[in-house]
Design a protein around this ligand. Structure first.
Ligand SMILES: CC(C)(COP(=O)(O)OP(=O)(O)OC[C@H]1O[C@@H](n2cnc3c(N)ncnc32)[C@H](O)[C@@H]1OP(=O)(O)O)[C@@H](O)C(=O)NCCC(=O)NCCS
Length: 155
């Protein structure tokens, strides 16, 4: 978790959207969000919480968001730029999202991940999420299954 020590988690802003857009398509493929999509996500501060991870020079190295409705949280996105991976940044951001979700009253968290996304599934499993279901053909126009994962947030 060495690189994670050198990053700062800050609330995500419009400037971070500009910085992440060049990475979005490569990282999320058919699931990539548009700039307008991110803008409306950020605008919904009542139910959503987005953070960015900045490196030592203030450069964007990662971003992540969660939705909290009632007692249920859902992790919406987690991304780390390719050159900054395997340094604990995603782990740091996931912890930041879940801490805020708990602060807002969430007692459980869910997320959806592609069945073939080995790094993400390993990340979430190591953070205490367990597979609870499969959504057949959830991604890539029916070609790739989604795995639903859940974590209990109660202390
Ligand atoms: C998945 C992703 C967010 C991980 O970011 P990261 O900062 O590299 O992850 P971390 O360094 O915090 O890793 C935490 C744990 O996740 C697992 N992990 C991360 N990358 C992995 C990989 N390539 N292979 C296997 N396990 C991996 C490991 O258990 C790791 O712990 P360890 O390094 O102590 O072994 C990053 O690869 C990414 O942005 N991928 C593209 C976008 C994406 O798929 N997002 C998730 C959508 S649900």
């Amino acid at each position: 978790m060495t690189a994670g020590v050198h990053v700062r988690l800050v609330p995500m802003t419009a400037a971070h959207i500009d910085a992440l857009m060049p990475f979005e398509r490569d990282m999320f493929g058919t699931e990539a969000w548009t700039r307008a999509g991110y803008q409306s996500e950020l605008a919904d501060t009542r139910h959503r919480y987005y953070i960015a991870a900045e490196g030592p020079a203030g450069e964007l190295v990662g971003w992540a968001g969660v939705m909290v409705i009632g007692e249920t949280a859902e992790i919406l996105t987690v991304g780390v730029v390719p050159g900054a991976r395997r340094g604990g940044i995603a782990r740091l951001m996931a912890a930041g999202l879940l801490a805020e979700a708990m602060r807002r009253g969430a007692v459980e968290a869910f997320l959806e991940v592609r069945v073939d996304n080995v790094p993400a599934r390993a990340l979430y499993t190591s953070e205490g999420f367990a597979d609870v279901g499969v959504r057949r053909g959830y991604y890539d126009a029916g070609r790739v299954d989604g795995v639903t994962m859940r974590k209990d947030l109660q202390p």
